[in-house]
Ligand binder design. Sequence first.
Ligand SMILES: Cc1ncc(COP(=O)(O)O)c(C=O)c1O
Length: 351
Amino acid sequence: MKTYWSERARRITPYTAGEQPRDADMIKLNTNENPYPPSPLAIAAIEDFHMDKLRLYPNASSEVLRRAAAYVHGLSPEQVFCGNGSDEVLAIAFQAFFDDALSFCDISYSFYPVWAEMYGISYETVPLREDFTVPAEAFYGKKNIVLANPNAPTSLAQSRDEIEEIVRRASGVVIVDEAYVAFGAQTALPLIKKYDNLLVVRTFSKSHGLAGLRVGYAMGHPDLIAAMNCIKDSFNSYPVDALAQRAAAAALMDTSYAENIAKLIIHAREYTEGALKALGFQVLPAMANFVFAKPPAGISAQEMMQKLKKRHIYVRWFSGARVREYLRISIGTMRQMEQMAAVVREILETV
Ligand SMILES: Cc1ncc(COP(=O)(O)O)c(C=O)c1O
């Protein structure tokens, strides 16, 4: 068919999102969601919302949310941009800053090449080292760059000094995608005061237990934010709905809640790394809310993923050349991770 498809729709290979199964008693460790509910303040903000207000369009620039982000991060609201999930924020940033000469790691968030293709941005990929670390020097002097820090799906983080050197030497814009920064990595945020070519992107999906709300934001020089508004207002003037603006602002202000659930996840991650290593897995040093782990000899990562799925435990496996020997396992509650480790042990006993 494809009779009426545009050239663009024919050409593009879309991003494959992780499975969202409808399995009542599953342990869902496949899309890096937070196992904890959002802050009670965010829930109250939704419950207290006057629903009659839904007949009105929301504030086009997510003003309350931008003010909350500015307050929490010590910035001005002109340095903040909000969108419908960080996916949309990133897609808008790609259009706002990149015409050509974009560089990103060969193993990273697999949406980057999709946006580059979609918007006709020429790009090159920089190979990760054998141990999956980012060769920072390979980015020196490049024009436009997007880096996920910590990186996905490896969970490895770069230091702020390393990021600074890349930003300092770049002739275009550097986007640092900090979707997973809340789980122990260093943020590049302090650098935006020093560099007008740095954009830091965050999401509520991982750190704030609000993947279902679809909110993300970017921080950078007001001139970068102005370019993003220019693209937004040429695409969708009201990307963040009224409920989402209120709830995300409340969640952001509840910093102690977010810090507490991040601590629980870090604790469960440390347990998971130890448990998997004890079972013979190779586990990369994790800094995000997931681990990247290679099963011991005797069972492939794909087989392990399939066997876990039969037992209602969902983890993510990628078929790419360098990553197919690994599983990306999101960190849930301690109980979920203990159950996962127990089932992995049983599976290994049968191979
Ligand atoms: C590195 C990275 N960036 C951005 C996102 C998008 O997050 P969201 O659109 O839910 O804010 C993800 C989601 O998995 C991610 O892994």
